[in-house]
Write a protein that binds this ligand. Structure first.
Ligand code: COA
Length: 319
């Protein structure tokens, strides 16, 4: 069953605005990044998605390719962003088979809910490795191609209005205030924001733009299955967002299309927060809690929700 366009694109974008462009997306089989890729491919791009799981990544690529006749979507599984060499090879393969890298989405991320007291040094390091080092590796592996793309696509100067040489990073909003049970991820996302800023300064002069998109809670994603109790009601969700709802993948896709399109040509070094205003609600949405768990009682009792998706628990229950 094809995914309806309204799930990943609003009505305002014109078909063909990314004709002939190529997007390279880490974490591209995940809920948010696969929707972003689908949106770019719908609007004319070809894409290469990278993931650790071979079957999942290849299946996602095949599925995304059905969105537009003639679309080419390469799924490169078995590639861990923590390994610079495998990323470099993936970027080379993307250019060999699709001809270029015009857009990059650094989306691969790792997360689980844990208080600092339950985090081992390796647990903390694992998230830093995936999110921060993985993002750094992505920048290093793709930047030569982004510079080439920026050279070919002079953005505003181009009569065809086609763009290139753009990178975005998927970050978060909770490190602006700090978030209990998310010390590791808050530290990682803050570092990604900082890396984005340095890239915007160092590579802006080459015509490359570098921006963060910071989603709030997004409905129906792997991330929120890990962060929010499966028992959270719609009313609880609504109460944590000034606009009265969690975001959708489409909200993030629209932000992505804006930043990569001709409309985003002068946006560089920016953090585009797409969260309905939730980070401005002090203590906004909390992760890992049931509705009756209030700050700071849950910390003092050493509690958090038992109704969270947790890969480690799943693996242990299979043993
Ligand atoms: N609570 C506390 N520590 C945890 C944990 C949890 N729920 N889950 C994992 N860890 C710790 C492990 O115990 C280990 O530390 P140790 O060696 O000191 O025991 C460390 O983290 C690494 O775990 P491991 O399972 O070997 O890592 P991995 O590389 O296979 O997986 C994760 C990385 C842990 C981030 C895993 O959750 C993952 O693969 N996530 C990817 C998908 C994802 O998170 N998507 C959501 C994005 S928002």
């Amino acid at each position: 069953m094809p995914v309806p366009r309204s799930e990943y694109l609003s009505s305002v974008w014109r078909d063909g605005i990314f004709d002939g462009r190529v997007a390279f997306v880490t974490g591209g089989a995940g809920s948010i990044c696969s929707a972003q890729t689908r949106a770019l491919v719908h609007l004319g791009a070809n894409a290469c998605i990278i993931g650790r799981n071979v079957e999942k990544t290849e299946a996602a690529a095949r599925d995304i390719a059905t969105v537009r006749k003639g679309a080419k979507v390469l799924g490169i599984g078995g590639c861990d962003v923590r390994d610079p060499e495998s990323l470099k090879q993936a970027a080379e393969r993307c250019v060999r088979e699709l001809g270029a890298i015009d857009f990059v989405i650094a989306g691969a991320a790792g997360n689980f809910v844990a208080p600092i007291s339950a985090l081992t040094p390796n647990g903390f390091k694992t998230v830093i490795d995936i999110d921060v080092i993985g993002t750094y590796n992505t920048v290093k592996a793709t930047m030569p191609y982004l510079i080439e793309s920026a050279k070919r696509n002079r953005n505003l100067e181009a009569a065809d209005m086609l763009t290139g040489g753009r990178i975005i990073y998927i970050s978060a909003n909770f490190h602006y205030t700090g978030m209990p049970l998310q010390a590791h991820v808050s530290a990682a996302k803050a570092a990604i924001d900082a890396l984005m800023a340095s890239v915007s300064l160092e590579y802006g002069p080459y015509g490359v733009t570098s921006n963060v998109i910071a989603p709030g809670a997004i409905e129906g994603t792997e991330g929120m299955a890990r962060l929010a109790s499966s028992k959270t009601s719609q009313a609880d969700k609504a109460s944590t967002v000034p606009l009265g709802r969690w975001g959708t993948c489409r909200d993030i896709c629209d932000a992505t299309v804006y930043v990569f399109s001709d409309a985003g040509s002068h946006v560089n070094g920016e953090i585009l927060v797409v969260d309905g205003g939730s980070w401005r609600l002090k203590g906004g949405y909390a992760v890992g809690l049931e509705a009756n768990m209030k700050y700071p009682d849950f910390l003092l009792k050493g509690e958090f929700s038992p109704n969270l998706k947790d890969g480690r628990k799943e693996r242990q229950s299979k043993l």
